[in-house]
Design a binder for this molecule. Structure first.
Ligand SMILES: [Zn+2]
Length: 100
């Protein structure tokens, strides 16, 4: 179970306090759904609907981009089996960036 789960009703990440889905969770989701992008969108749609109920003051377009728009911005080279390797990098984000 990932540490990077949403805390409702604020939809911040329990693992890193970023707006959820945080970059780490996005990488984990890509790794998990890399062969099933349609399933990923269905999965994210569930969160989107819940977030719309919790974050009523937020614009629907903003929430749509936050929950459903981000996979389109993930570089295509991440959409393969090796993407799972990035999960380990994500756990040590600081070291990862220092290394590169
Ligand atoms: Zn996180």
């Amino acid at each position: 179970m990932s540490m990077h789960q949403p805390i409702r009703p604020d939809w911040t990440c329990a693992g890193c306090a970023a707006a959820w889905p945080c970059p780490t969770r996005q990488r984990q989701l890509i790794a998990h759904y890399h062969q099933a992008p349609v399933s990923l969108m269905i999965h994210l749609s569930g969160y989107f609907i819940e977030a719309c109920q919790d974050l009523r003051q937020a614009a629907a377009g903003t929430l749509h981009e936050r929950f459903l728009g981000w996979p389109a911005h993930i570089p295509t080279e991440h959409w393969h089996a090796d993407a799972a390797n990035h999960i380990d990098d994500a756990r040590t984000d600081g070291q990862h960036h220092a290394r590169s």
